[in-house]
Design a protein around this ligand. Structure first.
Ligand SMILES: Nc1ncnc2c1ncn2[C@@H]1O[C@H](COP(=O)(O)OP(=O)(O)OP(=O)(O)O)[C@@H](O)[C@H]1O
Length: 208
């Protein structure tokens, strides 16, 4: 589903990603761990199309990113500094996002909020950190993405909500989504993953 071919990312003299070639398949959950600054977020940003690699190609379902397509189709994403609209409720935020693609129905939006246990009518500006993270998750999954990229999705979540997140990811896996998770949360995420990868010295290593 996603082929990385010789992906490198360099900043002046610093090499963050160094000639990564890897294939991520549909219907699988991948967990990427690695020390702070090892390049996990950078890799997710590159796969999402938000950042250009210095060299190499990203091929998504046979189409080359930045040549045939600008962004992956049917993608869900959690990445730091997401823009939520503070004056709107969670439901209204998702309604606004749905105006981009119109992939979801009202009941899809309600389902996503229910699945992550966020059925609040408060405005986002009154949300706690954990509630904001729940909304980040809801916005990533409400369209049933084929590709789901999650950077530290369990941040600020309580144990029950981590259980909800796991159920959501298992369900998307059954629907043949490709799920890539960058995380330090071994305890909760590792058991869910079909493949564990370590990001080290600019490259990805299979760990199982
Ligand atoms: N715009 C930039 N200019 C220069 N260096 C950058 C830039 N963006 C990221 N980097 C560097 O790329 C490296 C990888 O950063 P990245 O955020 O991908 O790490 P990470 O593995 O996600 O870390 P963490 O576990 O702390 O979230 C870091 O050394 C960072 O300083």
């Amino acid at each position: 589903m996603i082929q990385l071919e010789h992906i490198s990312k360099k900043f002046k003299k610093k090499t963050v990603l160094n000639d990564i070639s890897y294939t991520f398949e549909a219907g699988k959950i991948y967990g990427i761990y690695g020390i702070n600054g090892s390049g996990k977020t950078m890799l997710l940003r590159i796969i999402s199309g938000l950042v250009f690699p210095t060299s190499g190609s990203i091929i998504i379902n046979g189409k080359t990113l930045h040549k045939e397509i600008s962004f992956p189709d049917h993608m869900g994403l959690i990445i730091e500094n997401m823009e939520l609209q503070p004056q709107l409720t969670a439901f209204e935020n998702l309604e606004e996002l749905n105006k981009i693609n119109h992939y979801a129905t009202t009941s899809d939006i309600q389902d996503a909020l229910r699945k992550i246990n966020l059925e609040s009518n408060e405005k986002v500006k009154k949300f706690s950190l954990g509630m904001k993270q729940k909304l980040n998750i809801a916005q990533a999954i409400f369209e049933t993405p084929q590709l789901l990229l999650l950077d530290e999705p369990t941040n600020a979540l309580d144990t029950d909500t981590i259980g909800c997140l796991k159920a959501i990811l298992e369900d998307l896996k059954k629907k043949k989504s490709c799920i890539i998770i960058a995380t330090h949360d071994h305890q909760n995420i590792t058991s869910l993953c079909d493949q564990i990868l370590e990001m080290k010295e600019g490259n990805l290593y299979d760990k199982n």
